[in-house]
Design a protein around this ligand. Structure first.
Ligand code: FE2
Length: 182
């Protein structure tokens, strides 16, 4: 069997990304439905649209390289989606469940960002500049989604939660206040 080339590795990564994105297409509607905060629901719904575009982008790349999109199921994405399922099923204050959903969503985004970054770098090395540009577009979209989730975690979600009060009472902030009183 011939040794795998960088081109083979590139295609393997594209297939892994394709599997990850198509798995996410099924998970995102469930995550949106489970979100309590309207902004979070919207963020998941809008990322579903973005994900559809990313799947189309990958499909066009496969056509361009004369390859089939189908490949091995992404086991990493499987695990990350399982984490989202656990967040959905979590028995907690709705805002805490939202926080868990955000955490699960960000793990997904970071995994995808790593995948797009690697594939984009291989494309550049191989001289596939158009493909590299397309992959960079998807990478930028994932990074945007990640920033949006971070902002939501810090604003809308926690403002609605009763938990931060409790966290302040028990957490480091209280220790600081106590220390200041002395
Ligand atoms: Fe994506």
């Amino acid at each position: 069997m011939p040794r795998a080339s960088l081109h083979d590795l590139f295609l393997e990564d594209l297939r892994d990304l394709y599997s990850a994105e198509t798995q996410l297409l099924k998970a995102l509607p469930r995550m949106a439905k489970a979100a309590d905060a309207r902004e979070l629901r919207l963020a998941f719904e809008e990322h579903l649209e973005v994900t559809r575009g990313q799947v189309g982008r990958l499909e066009r790349l496969f056509v361009g390289f004369g390859e089939k999109a189908k490949g091995k199921k992404s086991t990493v994405m499987d695990g990350l989606i399982e984490r989202a399922r656990e967040a959905i099923a979590r028995d907690a204050h709705p805002a805490v469940r939202d926080a868990a959903l955000i955490g699960a969503g960000q793990r997904v985004e970071h995994h995808e960002m790593a995948g797009y970054e690697a594939a984009r770098t291989y494309a550049r090395l191989l001289g596939y500049d158009d493909a590299a540009d397309e992959l960079q577009d998807s990478l930028d979209e994932e990074a945007e989604a990640d920033v949006r989730l971070t902002e939501l975690a810090q604003t809308a979600i926690l403002i609605e939660s009763e938990e931060p009060e409790a966290a302040r009472e028990n957490g480091p902030a209280r220790k600081k206040r106590t220390a200041a009183k002395r």
